[in-house]
Design a protein around this ligand. Structure first.
Ligand code: SF4
Length: 290
């Protein structure tokens, strides 16, 4: 995709008089020498995979090899069989779907990395849960995922989407940003509101560390997914109300890149600091690796 910045994306949308997903699917079709229907068909497969991952994840409580994680989605469902979540049914669904997805990842199940496997429970949870609640059809879901993908791709022009390079701001942070933009589009936001949602999500996760305990994508990764799915929804709600990021989105992404460069390597997936070197983490490490 030859769109390198969000400013270029806006210009492209204005020049072609098209929405974000329409511009992106045209470019993808032309770049890959296929037609737009074929592009959409590929995205549809990802949507179907996301749904099946959620379904499988919700019925499994098998723990990961570490024995730390894998049954949180079940615990959440037990709670919601007796109590309503403070913010209602949709909130319940989003965090349940998010845990179902990320727990499938730690069981080595099939997930759609969006943008990475460790952050795979954010975008699907919101797109699928909101679609169910609002009766959004498959085309709307495909459009949302195309836009989410475009947001991730444009950010990746400046920031490598890997915890080892730029911390978790580049994984779960970018997932939340993609999700906020996709949701804003689904809820009828215009391009300015979509990009503001992305900026609001992203700038509030600047400097998020990647400090996985024992180097496993489990702690803190699993619980970070449902928490940031709700962060994305909050960003979208603010943007839909017309609340703007004072810092333009492209400048926010520059700040993400700079922050990633300034972060100590000890906080970028090396498990040499942060949560990974707490007393409990070191005890867990001793138990697992002797
Ligand atoms: S903490 Fe690190 S390993 Fe875990 S999801 Fe974030 S970037 Fe990935």
């Amino acid at each position: 995709m030859n769109i390198l910045t969000f400013e270029e994306l806006v210009n492209e949308c204005n020049t072609r008089n098209k929405l974000i997903h329409e511009v992106i699917q045209d470019i993808e079709a032309s770049d890959n020498d296929i037609n737009v229907d074929e592009v959409r068909q590929k995205v549809k497969i990802h949507i179907e995979t996301m749904k099946s991952t959620i379904k499988i994840g919700m019925t499994s409580s098998e723990k990961a090899i570490s024995n730390w994680c894998g049954d949180d989605c079940e615990k959440l469902q037990v709670r919601y069989s007796h109590h309503r979540a403070l913010f209602g049914k949709l909130f319940e669904k989003i965090i349940t779907y998010s845990l179902a997805t990320i727990e499938e990842n730690l069981r080595m199940g099939k997930v759609v990395a969006c943008p990475t496997a460790g952050s795979c429970g954010i975008v699907p949870a919101v797109i699928i849960a909101v679609s169910e609640d609002y009766n959004y059809d498959e085309d709307t879901q495909i459009n949302a995922l195309i836009t989410a993908g475009a947001i991730g791709a444009i950010i990746s022009n400046k920031v490598q989407l890997a915890g080892a390079v730029a911390g978790c701001q580049a994984e779960c942070g970018v997932a939340a940003a993609m999700c906020a933009g996709a949701l804003t589009q689904m809820l009828g936001g215009d391009i300015s509101q979509i990009l503001n949602a992305v900026a609001l999500a992203m700038k509030n996760l600047l400097g998020l560390t990647c400090d996985p305990v024992c180097g496993l994508v489990e702690v803190p990764c699993v619980k970070r997914n449902p928490i940031l799915a709700i962060h994305a929804v909050t960003s979208s709600e603010l943007a839909l109300a017309g609340i703007e990021s004072k810092i333009p989105l492209d400048e926010v992404i520059d700040a993400v890149r700079q922050t990633g460069q300034l972060m100590s390597p000890m906080l970028k997936e090396s498990s040499l600091a942060g949560l990974a070197t707490t007393k409990t983490a070191l005890e867990l490490k001793e138990k697992i690796f002797g």
